[in-house]
Design a protein around this ligand. Structure first.
Ligand code: HEC
Ligand code: CU
Length: 354
């Protein structure tokens, strides 16, 4: 930062006021900081699938194009200030003005937009769920304030429903059918492709593919209320065989068995029926549909749509502090439930891991 405060002339010694060097430094700092966004599990600049590579190409094309336009406009703007001693007739003035309007105001934007459209349309085409020889896996994602419901209607042995985690097969296209249970959300896995709006009462479709098994970050990309920033989704692409096994482990019959098998959790199950069953579904125990299903909650990587990592004691911690961890989320505070009961509930729910 010391460098930044020096009044090093940048443009030309007598022309460079202090603000010029300072703004250059500020710009440099902003650019450096934004470079930090180039890596990581939510970076569009680090694509992990065909659709995302198209998005990155558009990003670079637009960056280069916009930079050229900026330079061009700046040069013209400086040129306009050049002192000159020409006298023109009003007719000449009008002709020059007309040229600028037609060239700079009509032809330049039309050419720019057509060039960008050529890239945009071909990239968009690739994300469309067009018919394929072999129909792809369909995964339904439904946005809720502020969590994700994920359904696998094509699973062998019956539909599988989970929440706040998305497991998909790697190395093959997957069609995502997205919608919303309340307000508008947007489904976005930056390393796999473009975002798509999740609208109540409508199903939007996007085709994404992960080249290889990996874990990706995803984020709701449409401001949907106070919990919007805390609406993240853990996405995991796994080999096809692992994916099928994962689904089999989440069949209703398996989950039912899991939920009622262990007699040491009888107390927790009863407490659940009293305090939680109206909002949460657990196979074989309850049918509540307001909050995320908890049938397989112990197997999730994160709780609260990305708020805390799942580890021993995490569910109990969530139950006691969820309004601090994720302010204003739609689960009521459990201040009226004894801490011991919440601990017992936590231990039972963590055991629900197929
Ligand atoms: C009024 C409805 C309601 C009641 C009652 C309720 N919950 Fe919730 N619960 C929710 C909602 C909504 C969420 C999602 C919060 C979020 O992440 O924004 C949630 C989230 C959770 C989660 C996190 C799941 C995940 O994948 O992130 C757990 C665990 C949980 N609830 C357990 C319980 C337990 C145990 C009880 C009873 C003591 C309970 N809930 C009572 C509505 C409710
Ligand atoms: Cu949102």
């Amino acid at each position: 930062m010391r460098e930044c405060n020096r009044t090093t002339p940048i443009i030309g010694s007598h022309l460079a006021p202090q603000w010029a060097s300072q703004s250059a430094c500020l710009l440099g700092t902003v650019l450096l900081v934004s470079l930090a966004g180039c890596a990581g599990d939510k970076s569009i600049l680090d694509p992990a699938g065909p659709a995302a590579r198209d998005v990155r190409l558009i990003w670079w094309v637009m960056l280069v194009f916009a930079t050229l336009v900026l330079i061009g406009v700046t040069v013209l703007w400086l040129y306009a200030f050049k002192p000159r001693n020409v006298v023109r007739t009003p007719a000449q003035e009008r002709r020059i003005a007309r040229r600028w309007i037609i060239g700079g105001g009509i032809m330049l934007p039309v050419a720019s937009i057509i060039t960008l459209l050529m890239f945009g349309v071909s990239a968009g085409q690739r994300m469309l769920p067009l018919p394929l020889g072999e129909p792809p896996e369909v995964i339904e994602v439904i946005g809720h304030q502020w969590w994700w419901e994920v359904r696998y209607p094509g699973a062998q042995g019956g539909e599988v429903i989970t929440a706040n985690q998305l497991v998909m097969p790697a190395g093959e296209p997957v069609d995502f059918h997205v919608s919303s249970a309340d307000v508008i959300h947007a489904f976005w896995v930056p390393r796999l492709g473009g975002k798509i709006d999740m609208l109540p009462g409508r199903v939007n479709k996007i085709r994404l593919e992960a080249d290889e098994p990996a874990v990706f970050g995803a984020q709701c990309a449409e401001l949907c209320g106070v919990g919007h920033a805390h609406m993240q989704l853990h996405v995991e692409a796994v080999p096809r065989r692992e994916f099928d096994a994962w689904l089999t482990a989440r069949q209703e019959v398996v989950l039912r068995e899991l939920a009622v098998a262990d007699a040491t959790h009888d107390g927790a199950r009863d407490a659940f029926k009293t305090h939680c069953a109206s909002c949460h579904q657990i196979a074989g125990v309850s049918q509540g549909g307001i909050g995320p299903t908890l049938s397989d909650v112990g197997g999730r990587a994160m709780l609260g749509a990305g708020v805390i990592a799942m580890e021993e004691g995490a569910v109990s911690r969530w139950l006691q502090h969820h309004q601090t961890l994720k302010p204003s989320n739609k689960m009521p505070d459990h201040g009226d439930v004894e801490t011991d009961t919440l601990d017992a509930l936590g231990a039972w729910l963590e055991a629900l891991s197929p």
